[in-house]
Design a protein around this ligand. Structure first.
Ligand SMILES: Cc1ncc(COP(=O)(O)O)c(C=O)c1O
Length: 438
């Protein structure tokens, strides 16, 4: 490694979601990325099977996005959005609504998925209060759900380790059951399990609908190991939420922007939530940005019923940051010009065949997939759950392949520009790595 790239002391950076002690004794560094590959400081290519953290949907370091950011930075690298506005923010909001299902046509900008989730939860509470139903304060999530790391997000989230260190969290939250059934090696959506949505009725019976503000789910749960909703599940959840006046929030931080072969999971499944959380692919991860897209009815209820003055006491210094807006506009252009959502839909069956070819490979207990997402669940080692997947992740990196792991599930979500040869390369490499791992 050249000396100018070698960190002389790695102790100051407290790394997020990382085993700091293990990492710092054996660092894995990336210094450059282009299209489908990262490059280590020594110049070794690493094929990106995860689109960064599920976010670089159009591939790495795309020139048109870089140029848009550079152009904007020379005009103004910051412009505020409280009581003032800049034209690109309005243009981007309008542009985003073009790929949203109606009635989702009001956009609140944030800077991350976690902020989008907390924003959507707050909007849901404000909506009911504005309509004179202030008793609706309960927020329902789902077991194994991941909604980022804000207090709202971890409270409705259903991943134990993300919650346990932080005390009682938000009061008045509850969780419906996870969608994970028992049909290993299902291709795409499981046929059985729509009735898991009825679990929302259980919570209505338990708490009373008049105490429940919203239910939030990832249409396809990503971070917890790729859980694909059974056929009819989201439709049923929508029905039950509507019946009881509960707002339905889709956390589309991962599923938005082509991941499932459509602009959104809402479009893919034909189920429209009241609020949608976005981030990641919105700017192709070139500049941090998130958004909540609200149904017109939600916006109108809050804005029309407000006393004169500010209608929603919420916002971020960097809401609609100009560099992020420029990156997002260029990203949306790329998605359109290169038909990347359609490309993902075309590649999905090829991806499905490749990942399911690992059925029967050593240690493989289940394969789950939809669009360009796959989870490969491994038999855990009896004495060390998660250890096998962690070892494969590290061995894959050394072999020039970046995957993710959560528990004993390997997760993949490549950039939508992936080639058929690269899909085959991923499956072949994984097969060898599984074989070589005890
Ligand atoms: C479904 C979902 N929601 C929220 C988040 C949080 O996003 P961020 O890390 O940008 O705060 C993530 C991140 O992976 C996610 O997958």
């Amino acid at each position: 490694m050249p000396d100018d790239l070698r960190p002389n002391d790695s102790s100051a950076f407290w790394m997020p979601f990382t085993n700091n002690r293990a990492f710092k004794s054996q660092p894995r560094l990336l210094s450059r990325a282009k299209d489908m590959h990262y490059f280590t400081p020594e110049g070794r290519p690493v094929l990106d099977a995860t689109a960064g953290l599920w976010c670089v949907n159009a591939g790495h370091s795309r020139p048109s996005i870089i140029e848009a950011i550079q152009r904007q930075a020379t005009e103004a690298h910051y412009l505020p959005s409280f009581q003032l506005g800049h034209p690109l923010a309005f243009e981007l909001a309008e542009r985003l609504t073009e790929i949203m299902p109606r009635p989702l046509d009001r956009v609140f900008f944030t800077n991350s998925g976690s902020e989008s989730v907390d924003t959507a939860l707050k909007i849901a509470l404000a909506y009911h209060r504005a309509r004179g139903e202030g008793s609706r304060t309960r927020l329902i999530g789902r077991e194994r759900g991941y909604h980022g790391v804000g207090f709202g997000g971890i409270s409705v989230g259903g991943i134990g380790p993300n919650r346990k260190q932080y005390g009682p969290l938000l009061p008045g939250t509850d969780h419906i059951r996870s969608t994970q059934g028992n049909a290993p090696f299902t291709k795409g959506q499981p046929a059985a399990g729509a009735d898991l949505a009825d679990d929302l009725e259980r919570l209505v019976a338990l708490h009373g609908a008049d105490t429940i503000a919203a239910v939030i789910v990832e249409p396809v749960a990503g971070s917890t190991g790729v859980l694909v909703p059974p056929v009819g599940y989201l439709e049923r959840l929508r029905e039950i939420a509507t019946k009881h006046g509960i707002l339905l929030i889709f956390d589309e931080v991962i599923t938005g922007f082509g991941r499932l072969g459509a602009a959104t999971a809402a479009a893919k499944f034909g189920v429209t939530p009241d609020l949608m959380c976005l981030a990641k692919g919105l700017t192709n991860a070139a500049v941090p940005m998130g958004a909540v897209v609200a149904g017109r009815h939600v916006y109108d209820a809050i804005v029309d019923n407000a006393a004169p003055g500010i209608e929603l006491f919420h916002g971020y210094t960097y809401s609609a940051h100009p560099l992020a807006c420029a990156a997002a506009m260029a990203t949306l252009d790329l998605y359109e010009d290169e038909s990347l959502f359609e490309r993902a839909a075309t590649l999905a069956p090829i991806w499905e065949a490749a990942v399911h070819s690992l059925k029967g490979a050593r240690h493989v207990k289940d394969v789950r997939n939809l669009g360009l997402v796959a989870g490969i669940e491994l038999e855990p080692r009896p004495d060390a759950p998660g250890a096998r997947a962690g070892e494969i992740f590290r061995a894959a990196f050394d072999a020039g392949l970046l995957i993710r792991f959560t528990g004993d599930t390997l997760a993949m979500s490549p950039p939508l520009i992936i080639s058929e040869d690269q899909i085959a390369e991923i499956a072949d490499k994984l097969r060898s790595l599984l074989e070589a791992t005890p």
